[in-house]
Design a protein around this ligand. Structure first.
Ligand SMILES: [Zn+2]
Length: 400
């Protein structure tokens, strides 16, 4: 076997409980990444993935009444009665951020400021849901990076890393902590700890996000890469340092001095995407995908606001053999909504479906033609995952 890409394990195995393969990337602080080399999630000797193990732990071992008491105590320490904001809630106006902001304000009596990192290109349904979220009673700061610089960085990230979402993710992690510093609000509340879905177990036992995800030690620390390009090389690609403000990590010292704490609501309250969907529908007129389901999967209520979302999942599918349907099916199996057999069938049906609806928008956004697009995509296929059958690329190990 030659040239396995991204440091992926050579033998593809699937979790015996969900449909996750062992090719799953984890989330390390993105701005340290020169390449798209990754660390993959681990499986136990029994063939069960860490995320399933953690789901079992959550379902059986956690005393949710105690967790809610921890939440109430935390909020009591931060609640302000002088009209100032006392918690920052990052989000897009999707079902999860609606749920978090709404319970914090209306159930626990907090005064949230919501902060949104703008999508590359809003969809109509995304903009509508965002507006309806705010109409449910929230102030918001919409952080929109310079679209010219953002498009160049997205293009570099697609060409160099086959990860068009990388600049978005960098800015997204920094936007809310930066606004929180400006407004002197130490408490930040995210929805779900993504680690629960695909990282190592240890990261799940803390309610806090590691501030390494959005800080650096000093302004002299220039070990920063954007779309695989070192920060000092960015001007050559048409992005001046002065245009990179939204992507520059905060100084660790400032964050520590402000006593900033970034928490996950999924640590404190039982967390279910389906429940959040119904909650958001009831309290903020949230609407699912008007097409009935999202391309590449069978679900209709996640990642609806950005026309580039489909490319995010599709490039993951090409690089790791894990697309949007697998992601959703794993979640639904762990939450008890579908069986493993149903999950396998749904993956066989929808996994890897090409996101064609906004494909022209994406090409236009990153300024490449279709031929170049496919050249990049095909160069990203690791030989241990893909083989050619006639003119078509097929997975050597489809979900099983
Ligand atoms: Zn699993």
């Amino acid at each position: 076997m030659t040239s396995i890409k991204y440091g992926l394990p050579e033998n593809v195995i699937f979790c015996k409980r969900c449909v996750m393969s062992n090719q799953r990337p984890s989330t390390s602080p993105e701005f340290r990444k020169k390449t798209s080399a990754i660390k993959t999630a681990s499986f136990g000797d029994d063939g069960i993935c860490d995320a399933c193990r953690y789901a079992e732990y959550k379902a059986t071992k956690i005393n949710w009444a105690e967790r809610e008491k921890e939440l109430i105590d935390l909020l009591a320490r931060h609640r302000r009665s002088d009209g100032r904001y006392d918690v920052v809630v990052p989000g897009s106006g999707g079902k999860d951020s609606i749920f978090v902001a709404h319970v914090l304000k209306y159930k626990y009596g907090m005064n949230p400021l919501t902060v949104t990192w703008a999508p590359h290109i809003y969809t109509e349904i995304g903009w509508q849901n965002f507006q309806n979220w705010l109409r449910a009673g929230f102030d918001n700061i919409l952080v929109t990076p310079n679209p010219k610089a953002h498009a160049i960085m997205t293009r570099l990230a697609f060409l160099n890393l086959v990860n068009p979402f990388q600049p978005f993710i960098l800015g997204q992690k920094i936007a809310a902590p930066r606004v929180a510093l400006q407004y002197d609000v130490p408490l930040i509340f995210y929805g779900e700890n993504q680690a629960e879905c695909h990282n190592v177990m240890d990261e799940n036992f803390s309610p806090l996000m590691d501030i390494a995800h959005f800080t650096r030690e000093s302004p002299q620390d220039r070990n920063l890469y954007f779309g695989g390009v070192h920060i000092d090389e960015m001007p050559k690609h048409g992005v001046d340092l002065s245009e990179m403000n939204p992507y520059l990590p905060l100084l660790r010292e400032d964050v520590l001095k402000a006593k900033q704490e970034v928490h996950y609501m999924s640590y404190y309250l039982p967390w279910s995407p389906q429940y959040n969907f119904y909650y958001a529908k009831e309290h903020a007129a949230f609407e699912p995908n008007p097409d009935g389901r999202s391309e590449g999967t069978y679900t209709k209520f996640s990642s609806l606001d950005d026309r580039v979302d489909g490319q995010h999942y599709y490039t993951m599918f090409v690089k790791f053999g894990q697309g949007r349907a697998m992601n959703d099916a794993c979640r639904d199996i762990r939450d008890g909504h579908i069986t493993r057999e149903e999950g396998v069938a749904l993956c066989r049906k929808y996994e890897g479906e090409f996101p064609k609806k906004y494909f022209p928008d994406f090409l236009d956004y990153v300024g490449i033609d279709e031929e170049k697009y496919w050249e990049v995509i095909d160069s990203a296929r690791s030989p241990h995952l893909w083989e050619k059958s006639g003119n078509d690329w097929v997975l050597k190990h489809p979900t099983a």
